[in-house]
Ligand binder design. Sequence first.
Ligand code: SF4
Length: 331
Amino acid sequence: MTDILERAKTQVLDGGIGLSYDELVEVLQLPEDQIPELLELAHAVRMKHCGPEVEVEGIISLKTGGCPEDCHFCSQSGQFTSPVRSVWLDIPQLVKAAEETAATGATEFCIVAAVRGPDERLMTQVREGIKAIQEAVDINVACSLGMLTQEQVDDLAAMGVHRYNHNLEAAKSYFPQVVTTHSYEERWATCEMVREAGMELCCGGLVGMGESLEQRAELASQLAELDPHEVPLNFLNPRPGTPFGDLPIMSSQDALRTIAAFRLAMPRTILRYAGGRELTLGDLGTRDGLLGGINAVIVGNYLTTLGRDADEDLALLADLKMPIRELAKTL
Ligand code: SF4
């Protein structure tokens, strides 16, 4: 075993303490022939510190496209020529999606809107939507509605929102190359308010956006510092018409190194496969990632691109003998 893997074994597997930035850089530089050993270690860390369960979540877009922000990876920005138009869902559609999600065994249903932050109209829709879902379906409701004010954080907590998603998106040093309409600090501030209000924080980012290995390690370290309950890991799916539309697809080897590095940075977090994994990893790589540190998946369609079929994912989990985490029943 190489020096860095030996250290990771003692510190992360045995001690439960995540790797530092410098150590993560070393992990991301491991030669290809050591990737199997790296994944094996990351999997052992996940099994020891999180257990074999996999958390399943469904997401639904309440408002798609027409966002005023300019996140360079996102086809929902109204600033680019990408072909996603602004579309709103109604409450019955929302409840139906929550029911279908619950039927897959998922415990989280996340309502997403492509906005800088919610306005009154969106807050009202979300309030009514959550109430209708809570009356009809036994599932935790999560939201992803952009940057929040303290008042909105308090409102969402009072509505019973279980988890709030707000990604850092990129390392602090790379953020200005990715977004110019808001700052990394604004994102961080929303994340802190969410956690202080008692909601679970879901915060991750994207890799494969032209960042350096060091910046990939930096993102993992900054997420570890923030210590979210869940970290969704996205691999860039270069969308036509966006500023990152011509970037190459990240190699599956780099994607697997990244998954393992994130797990070694955050031994106890829920590490979720989010967008782009089909393109970057394919079926075989998807399996490798689930045996390399990932312990949560999103079923069904992603926001603007088609994800895998829910049945395929559920069959894969059964094949790997990874049980789906059940909804915690309130006593
Ligand atoms: S990532 Fe979110 S905030 Fe950024 S452009 Fe897309 S929808 Fe808007």
